[in-house]
Design a protein around this ligand. Structure first.
Ligand SMILES: Cc1cc2nc3c(=O)[nH]c(=O)nc-3n(C[C@H](O)[C@H](O)[C@H](O)COP(=O)(O)OP(=O)(O)OC[C@H]3O[C@@H](n4cnc5c(N)ncnc54)[C@H](O)[C@@H]3O)c2cc1C
Length: 406
């Protein structure tokens, strides 16, 4: 006897969204979540505030997903950022653009989104089982049998939404890959993505929490290997922020990062600026006389030290050599990558279920009919800025649409 129309495995962003949509559409569903509550990763997303999508035109989303760009198109276009925000607002969760295109719940609480999706699901008759890690999925003549802690559940269809391998404490331990392999799928080796870098002998720990726009040249074995510009976040042990996270896949231990703290400036203009300060207000301290927009006092202090200058000097005491040394530090401070953050620090996982084996127009497996996939369990990873959550929601919505249209 088939108990359910659909069993959803994993109650993260994708699983919860699918559960809400499917239950609302009248499917008999159950959601099996391994942890004692759903959406633990959703709760930490966007520092607990949940950057759930981006205000950018949906047509430019696919390019945020690198090689998976073509795969994500049908689901993103089927269920766009506008559809998502409209859906949530209609159900009582107002959202807003923070001013930089990143969209958050107005309450700035990830929990509100998690609780809303859970409530929609349960109100429409969906059943949620917590502390129910799934250990096997068996393909039967009709439908599937799913096992969890000695219990068996049966359904016509299964949606695998077990996420990736990053932040394993949230329940996303990569266990879903083995479930997919058991049904004949192949899995591209998972590697941490969107990771911070840890820097050798890091001397800017006192500036941790500082965020500013920089440009970075990446050098490997003395050769330039990349150039990036964007917001950098200084941490206790190195660097994070979009310019690092989004380009972390290019970086490796031993690489050199040359950071320019004043992108858009030109060396000569800066030198001229300093000379003007010397002639107009030469008695200023180095910290205020050399101040550059966007660089905090604490960072100024560290950079002055790095340039070998005496912070008690006045601007008009700077020798030409010292001025050059300062300009060099501002334009190219060198740091060596000690190591890249691992799965404990990675925001997402690169790798996962092979995209060739899943139909992007339906989210159904091409290998095992009735098996659907959504979210990060797939070999899809996007940039920071709300793109990963949007894909989790869009792929879940498309999977449910396929099931309800059948
Ligand atoms: C610190 C951090 C901040 C982030 N911030 C953002 C952000 O602001 N915006 C953004 O777009 N993205 C963000 N991300 C990425 C985003 O959270 C993920 O891409 C997204 O949550 C993936 O959703 P998912 O449903 O596919 O997987 P997950 O949310 O990882 O959910 C998978 C669920 O499956 C459960 N599970 C696993 N195996 C089993 C099993 N065998 N049986 C039963 N249950 C199982 C897990 O317990 C988990 O609840 C962030 C990630 C991190 C780590």
């Amino acid at each position: 006897m088939i108990e359910y129309d659909l069993i959803i495995i994993g109650g993260g962003a994708a699983g919860l969204f699918a559960a809400a949509r499917a239950a609302e559409s009248g499917l008999r569903i159950c959601l099996l979540e391994g942890m004692n509550q759903c959406g633990l990763k959703l709760l930490v997303s966007g520092s607990g505030q949940c950057n759930l999508t981006n205000a950018e035109d949906i047509r430019s989303f696919p390019e945020r997903f690198g090689p998976a760009g073509n795969f994500v198109k049908p689901s993103l276009f089927e269920w766009s950022n506008r559809d998502l925000v409209g859906y949530l607002e209609e159900r009582g969760l107002p959202c807003e653009d923070r001013g930089d295109g990143k969209i958050f719940p107005v309450s700035r609480k990830s929990r509100d989104l998690r609780d809303l999706l859970q409530k929609i699901c349960q109100k429409a008759g969906g059943e949620i089982f917590w502390k129910s890690p799934v250990t096997s999925i068996l393909r039967e003549e009709v439908g599937f049998t799913v096992r969890s802690k000695g219990k068996e559940f049966s359904a016509a269809r299964v949606l695998l939404a077990t996420g990736g391998k990053s932040y394993p404490g949230t329940g996303s331990t990569g266990g879903g890959y083995a479930l997919a392999e058991g049904l004949g799928h192949t899995v591209a080796a998972p590697v941490p993505a969107l990771t911070p870098v840890l820097v050798r002998n890091f001397a800017l720990a006192s500036c941790s929490g500082t965020s500013l726009e920089v440009s970075i040249d990446l050098y490997r074995s003395g050769k330039k290997a990349g150039s990036y510009q964007g917001d950098l976040l200084i941490t206790h042990r190195g660097f994070s922020g979009p310019v690092i996270l989004n380009n972390s896949r290019d970086m490796a231990a031993g690489d050199e990062l040359r950071i320019c703290w004043c992108p858009g400036w030109d060396r000569q203009d800066l030198d001229r600026d300093i000379l003007e300060t010397v002639s107009e207000s030469g008695k200023k301290s180095l910290k205020s006389g050399l101040a550059v927009r966007g660089i905090t006092d604490a960072l100024m202090q560290e950079l002055i030290r790095r340039a070998g200058l005496d912070p008690s000097e006045r601007v008009n005491q700077l020798s030409r050599k010292e001025r050059n040394s300062w300009v060099n530090v501002l334009f190219s401070s060198s740091f060596t990558v000690q190591e890249m953050g691992g799965f404990n620090q990675a925001m997402v996982t690169s790798g996962g279920i092979s995209l060739k084996e899943v139909n992007p127009r339906t989210m159904e497996s091409r290998i095992c009919g009735g098996l659907f996939m959504a979210g990060e369990v797939l070999d899809v990873d996007g940039e920071t800025g709300g793109y990963n959550l949007q894909f989790a929601f869009s792929s879940a919505a498309l999977a449910v649409k396929t099931m309800t249209a059948e």
